[in-house]
Design a protein around this ligand. Structure first.
Ligand code: NOJ
Length: 554
C-alpha cells in the first residue's frame, strides 16, 4: 500500500487541520444521509464513461505529435509520484477497437474523451502545421464509436497544453492564447463537427488554475500564489466564451451541436447548520469552486463574494487593485449565456467552518482568500485518493445548488467515481460498487427534485495516469495491467454492477437490486484468477534465461 504521505502537500495540511478539529466534534449530529430510493431515470437518459487524452492515449511522441506541458512536466524528476509518466499509459492510441468493445460490453450510450491539442497542432499554433495523422486517429475513434451507436462527448482541453505555447507566451497567463485556442477549436469543429454534437471547451478549469499556476502540483508547475490562478481563470473564461461564439455563429447552423464546459464542484456543507458564519463560509467554498466559473458564464461576472473577499484582502495587502481581474461591461455581456449545457465533475464533500486568515503582505493565496477551513467526518469512507471521501448526499445538494443558482440548466455529469489506494490487483471492488450505487441514487433523487440532469459519466472507463499521483490511484471500471507491455484490460466487479444500472435505467426495485452486488462479485473472482495467471506467466518469462548455455546445443 502506498504511504498516505504521498498525497499533495496542501491536502495533507488540510486534513491535519481537519483531523485535529474532528476529534472534539460530535459528528453523529451531522448525519445528512437519507434512505435509498427505488426508481428509474427518465427515458433517454444517457449513460457513459470517460477518459482524457494524456491520461490514457500514450504514444506521447508518435506520428508527429508535439509536446504538451504534461509531457515535459512528467519527465522532470520529482514532479510525479515515482516519476511515472503518461508516455505509454494505457496505449489507448493503439487500442480503439478493443476499448470500444469494452464500452459495448457495458452498453454505454456515450463516451467522453478529450482531443490532445499538440497531437493535431504540434506547436499549438495552427498556421505552423496541422498533423494529419492526429486527425486520422480521432476520425477513427469517432467513426468507430458511431458505428457502435455510442455518442462521442468531446473535451477540447483536458490539461495538455502544447509546450510551445507555454514557453512562448506563458500559457494561460497570457491573453494571446485565447485566439490560439479558438483556432484549435475551429479546426476540431471543421474536421469532426459533422459527427460530434457535444463539445466541452474546458475540463475542470479550477484545477488548471489552482494546481497549475498557484500550488504548482500540476503542469506547468508554477507557484504564482494569490495571482496566478485568478489570471489563468480569467483567460480560460474568455477563451471558453470565444469558442462558444465561434460555434454559435459559424457552425451551429450546419452542425446543430451543443457547446458546454465541464466544471468541477465539490460540495461544501456548513459544519453547524445553525451558525450563520458557517453557512456563509460553506457558500463561499462553493462559490470559489464552481461559482468562480459558472457565475460569469451564466450571469456575466464573478460571484460577488469573490469580488468582496479578494478585493478587501488586496487593499489590506497594500495593492492598488484587486488580485481578481475584472471584466469590462462588453466582456460581461459577451461571456454571459455561453453555455448550452453544463458538465459537472463531482467526487466528494467537505464540512466547512469560518476561519479568518489575516491579510499579510506577500502572504496572499487563493486558499487564504476564502477565510474558511475544510473538515471531514472521520467516519466517511475514504477508499481511494487522499482527498476523496465518499459522501453521496453532497452530490444531491450540489445538483440542487446548480439548479437554484443558474436557472436549472441542462446538466451532464461529466465525471463521478472513486479510486483505490494501492497498486491494487483486487478486481472485486465492492467499495466502488457502493460508491456508484449511492451516488447514482442521489442523482436520481436530484432529478426527482427537478434538477435537469440528462446524462451521467462514470469516471473512468480504464485505470490510467492520475496526474501527479502517477499510476498509484486507479479510478477505472476496467483494471489495466501497466506492468505488461500490451496493457491488457480486466473487468472489475463494478463493470457488472454499472451494466445492470444501465440496462435497468436505474434501480427498479429492492428485490432485483439486492441481487446485483452478489452477481457482480461472483464474476470478478474468475477475472482475478485470469489476472493472477497472466502475472505468473509474465514473471516466469522474465526469470527465464535469455541466452541458453552453449553446451545445451551439443
Ligand atoms: C478530475 C480530472 O478531470 C480527472 O482527469 C481526474 O482523473 C479526476 N479528477 C480524479 O482525480
Amino acid at each position: 500500500m502506498l504511504p498516505r504521505c504521498a498525497a499533495p502537500v496542501c491536502h495533507v495540511l488540510l486534513l491535519v487541520l481537519c483531523l485535529s478539529a474532528a476529534e472534539d466534534f460530535d459528528w453523529t449530529k451531522n448525519d445528512r444521509s437519507s434512505s435509498f430510493y427505488y426508481g428509474t431515470f427518465p427515458t433517454g437518459f444517457s449513460w457513459g464513461a470517460g477518459s482524457s487524452a494524456y491520461q490514457t492515449e500514450g504514444a506521447w511522441d508518435k506520428d508527429g505529435k508535439g509536446l504538451s506541458i504534461w509531457d515535459v512536466f512528467s519527465h522532470k524528476k520529482g514532479r510525479v509520484l515515482r516519476n511515472d509518466t503518461g508516455d505509454s499509459s494505457c496505449e489507448g492510441y493503439y487500442k480503439v477497437k478493443d476499448d470500444v468493445s469494452l464500452m459495448n460490453e457495458l452498453k454505454l450510450n456515450h463516451y467522453r474523451f478529450s482531443i490532445s491539442w499538440p497531437r493535431i497542432i504540434p506547436t499549438g499554433i495552427k498556421s505552423d502545421h496541422i498533423n494529419e495523422k492526429g486527425i486520422q486517429y480521432y476520425n477513427e475513434l469517432i467513426d468507430h464509436l458511431l458505428e457502435n451507436k455510442i455518442t462521442p462527448i468531446v473535451t477540447l482541453y483536458h490539461w495538455d497544453l502544447p509546450q510551445v505555447l507555454q514557453e512562448k507566451y506563458g500559457g494561460w497567463q497570457n491573453v494571446s492564447i485565447v485566439n490560439h485556442f479558438n483556432d484549435f477549436a475551429s479546426l476540431c469543429f471543421e474536421k469532426f463537427g459533422n459527427r460530434v454534437k457535444y463539445w466541452i471547451t474546458f475540463n475542470n478549469p479550477w484545477s488548471v488554475a489552482v494546481e497549475g499556476y498557484e500550488t504548482g502540483e500540476h503542469a506547468p508547475g508554477l507557484k504564482m500564489r494569490g495571482t496566478g490562478a485568478y489570471r489563468t481563470a480569467h483567460n480560460i473564461i474568455k477563451a471558453h466564451a470565444k469558442v462558444w461564439h465561434t460555434y454559435d455563429t459559424q457552425w451551429r447552423g450546419r452542425q446543430k451541436g451543443l457547446v458546454g464546459i465541464s466544471l468541477s464542484g465539490e460540495w461544501g456543507e456548513p459544519v453547524d447548520i445553525n451558525n450563520q458564519k458557517d453557512i456563509e463560509a460553506a457558500e463561499r467554498y462553493v462559490q470559489f469552486y464552481l461559482g468562480w466559473f459558472a457565475t460569469p458564464i451564466f450571469h456575466g461576472d464573478y460571484p460577488q463574494v469573490m469580488k468582496d473577499y479578494i478585493g478587501r484582502k488586496s487593499t489590506q495587502q497594500g495593492l492598488g487593485s484587486s488580485r481578481l481581474p475584472s471584466f469590462s461591461s462588453q466582456e460581461k455581456s459577451y461571456i454571459k449565456g455561453t453555455c448550452d449545457f453544463l458538465g459537472i465533475g463531482h467526487f466528494t464533500t467537505r464540512y466547512i467552518t469560518q476561519k479568518n486568515y489575516p491579510a499579510s503582505r506577500g502572504g496572499a493565496s487563493f486558499f487564504t482568500d476564502r477565510d474558511l477551513a475544510e473538515l471531514v467526518d472521520p467516519r466517511w469512507p475514504d477508499p481511494g485518493s487522499e482527498w476523496l471521501y465518499s459522501v453521496p448526499w453532497g452530490f444531491r445538494r450540489l445538483l440542487n445548488f446548480v439548479k437554484a443558482q443558474y436557472g436549472n440548466p441542462m446538466l451532464y455529469v461529466t465525471e463521478n467515481g472513486v479510486s483505490e489506494k494501492m497498486q491494487c490487483t483486487e478486481l472485486c471492488d465492492d467499495w466502488r460498487i457502493k460508491y456508484y450505487r449511492d451516488y447514482i441514487n442521489e442523482m436520481l433523487k436530484a432529478i426527482k427534485d427537478g434538477v435537469n440532469v440528462r446524462g451521467y459519466t462514470a469516471w473512468s472507463l480504464l485505470d490510467k495516469f492520475e496526474w501527479d499521483e502517477g499510476y498509484s490511484e486507479r479510478f477505472g471500471l476496467y483494471y489495466v495491467d501497466f506492468r505488461s507491455k500490451n496493457k491488457p484490460r480486466y473487468p472489475k466487479a463494478s463493470v457488472q454492477y454499472y451494466k445492470r444500472i444501465i440496462s435497468s435505467n436505474g434501480f427498479p426495485n429492492q428485490r432485483e437490486v439486492e441481487t446485483w452486488k452478489r452477481r457482480a462479485t461472483e464474476t470478478c473472482s474468475s477475472s482475478n484468477q485470469l489476472l493472477a495467471a497472466a502475472r505468473r506467466k509474465a514473471k516466469e518469462n522474465a526469470e527465464m534465461p535469455k541466452v541458453w548455455p552453449v553446451h545445451d546445443e551439443v
